[in-house]
Design a protein around this ligand. Structure first.
Ligand code: PBG
Length: 336
């Protein structure tokens, strides 16, 4: 006599979840240290690492300490770093002219990293926000009510050549100006940098999750008390079809790697991007995504290690080949 409660089921998906070894056998997505790109912040001088209040465990390093950090990351199997400078406010101005200084902090940092740790891939942002006193990614129109597209692109292409000359492997235009990927590709090629790649911030939303980053590079403070609105160039978080237009443009203009940013709140976009291109897809788990897990963990409301892992697994499962994340070093340590 069979159990009176036994259902007449052919399919019982729980069979494959019964033991740890069965679960391992059917696991579909695996995180590896080589999936991660570590964003790092650099400052001038020889001071101790500066803590960033809204990003626990993230520091602004001087050049020498940043090089050490790159060496440690390479040893842990993290293949790439994305470098961001924080400038002293006296170097910032309306036009962001320090971006074209041939001996700027970021260019000296790139050269130092490529010299000491040549095997690590160096990515650097191409945008003016660390350099402008208003915190925008480009220069303003005469009416000062918007960012001037074509004039900004004209500056960014020069910035890209300086970065290529300093030795970056990938320039990462993060500005969202129209036509910048194509213009950067053409300018790099005609300057002889045919091997310097472009990791394009193709699908970048006007997100509130960038708040802690803007503290880290000082672009929010540069903007004074005003909330820095970038809606005239970054995408409306409500728009999926428009995101796909941006993707198609950067793909056609010659981007080598296409990025979606932020990552966690935009998993549907990552999946759609994955299905629309055969090129590698990057996703940026941004500062606010990092900060919210830390904040909840500090209150004892979430388990940091487990939510960190799950958040990154979800981004990879959605279709990202590589993830920019402030958790890169922690994850590489754990996965080693
Ligand atoms: C700026 C830039 C931003 C980030 C990377 N590059 C912020 C912005 O657009 O204001 C955000 C990264 C993060 O929040 O972690 N071009």
């Amino acid at each position: 006599m069979s159990d009176p409660f036994q259902l007449d089921l052919t399919q019982r998906p729980r069979r494959l979840r019964r033991t740890a070894s069965l679960r391992a056998l059917v696991e579909e997505t695996v995180l590896r240290p080589q999936n991660f790109i570590a964003p790092l912040f650099v400052v001038e001088g020889r001071g101790a690492p500066e803590a960033i209040a809204s990003m626990p465990g993230v520091f602004r390093y001087n050049v020498a300490d940043l090089v050490k950090e790159c060496r440690a990351l390479a040893k842990l199997g993290v293949p790439a770093v994305a470098l961001f400078p924080k400038l002293e406010s006296r170097l910032k101005n309306e036009e962001g002219t320090a971006a074209l200084d041939e001996d700027s902090l970021i260019l000296r940092t790139v050269r130092a990293v490529k010299k000491a740790v040549p095997e690590i891939t160096v990515v650097a942002d191409i945008a003016l926000d660390p350099y402008t006193n208003h915190g925008h990614d480009g220069v303003l129109t005469p009416a000062r009510d918007d960012v001037a597209n074509d004039r900004t692109v004209g500056i960014l292409v020069k910035m890209a050549v300086l970065h290529a000359r300093a030795g970056v492997d990938l320039v990462a235009p993060s500005d969202m100006m129209d036509g910048r990927v194509g213009a950067i590709r053409r300018t790099l090629d005609s300057a002889g940098f045919t091997s310097t790649g472009i990791m394009a911030y193709s699908v970048k939303f006007a997100s509130a999750y960038y708040g802690p980053f803007r503290d880290a590079v000082g672009s929010a403070k540069a903007a004074g008390t005003h909330l820095l609105g970038k809606q005239t160039y970054q995408l409306n978080p409500a728009n999926r079809r428009e995101a796909m237009i941006e993707l198609a443009l950067d793909d056609a203009e010659g981007a080598d790697i296409l990025m979606v940013k932020p990552a966690g709140p935009y998993l549907d976009i990552i999946r759609e991007v994955r299905n629309a291109t055969s090129k590698p897809v990057a996703a940026y788990q941004v500062s606010g995504e990092y900060a919210q897990l830390h904040a909840a963990a500090k209150l004892g409301w979430l388990d940091l290690a487990r939510t960190r892992h799950e958040s990154l697994l979800a981004i990879k499962r959605a279709g990202a080949d590589m993830i920019l994340t402030y958790f890169a070093k922690d994850m590489a340590r754990i996965l080693a």
